[in-house]
Design a binder for this molecule. Structure first.
Ligand code: MG
Length: 192
């Protein structure tokens, strides 16, 4: 089974990392609980250029902290199949893509050959897709076979959910792994 896994706010604390720089270098006083929708620029009233300017700086991506529960979650995920990370690049950064690969190897022992850096996540084939952004999951599902399964791994701060796609949400790694257990059980019953 091929499992496609997002990185930012699933494995790496991207939003917290940006907030830390906004507070430390630009004198803001933001809290992660202020990020109430997926678009953090919109939530915080900061421009996208500022956000991506921070994220694209050398040393930012490689210095991100690991999301709580992600290490243990990925360890358990490995029993279900081969993990590939599918993560959007920042094209305006000279260092982002190199640092992402390095970070994934350092913290999760995921080799560069298992890291796919693209914004066209829906075009990547897999049996399971996990992302914290609901629009990525719904679009991916539209492009895959009916046997594929997609999950929104929700973030541990209060972020609004898409009511029309509630069934896709998993509150945390425990919920996600339970969902996968059911999915693999159903597949084996169907002989897939
Ligand atoms: Mg993400």
């Amino acid at each position: 089974m091929i499992i496609l896994l997002d990185c930012d706010d699933v494995l790496a604390q991207f939003t917290q990392g940006v907030i830390d720089v906004l507070n430390r270098k630009l004198g803001h006083d933001f809290d992660i609980n202020d990020v109430t929708d997926w678009d953090m620029a919109h939530s915080l009233g900061v421009s996208n250029n500022v956000i991506f300017g921070i994220a694209g700086e050398e040393g930012f991506c490689v210095g991100l902290d690991v999301m709580p529960g992600a290490k243990e979650g990925v360890e358990k995920l490995r029993q279900y199949g081969e993990i590939y990370v599918v993560t959007s690049p920042i094209h305006t950064s000279r260092t982002w893509q190199f640092e992402r690969t390095k970070w994934l190897h350092k913290h999760f022992d995921i080799p560069a050959s298992r890291v796919i850096q693209t914004s066209a996540k829906h075009l990547i084939f897999g049996d399971v897709f996990i992302d914290d952004r609901v629009s990525h999951v719904t679009k991916w599902l539209n492009y895959q076979s009916v046997e594929a399964s997609g999950y929104v791994l929700d973030v541990p701060w209060p972020r609004s959910r898409d009511e029309s796609a509630l069934a896709l949400y998993k509150d945390n790694w425990g919920d996600l792994l339970n969902g996968l257990e059911m999915f693999t059980h159903e597949r084996s019953e169907e002989g897939l």
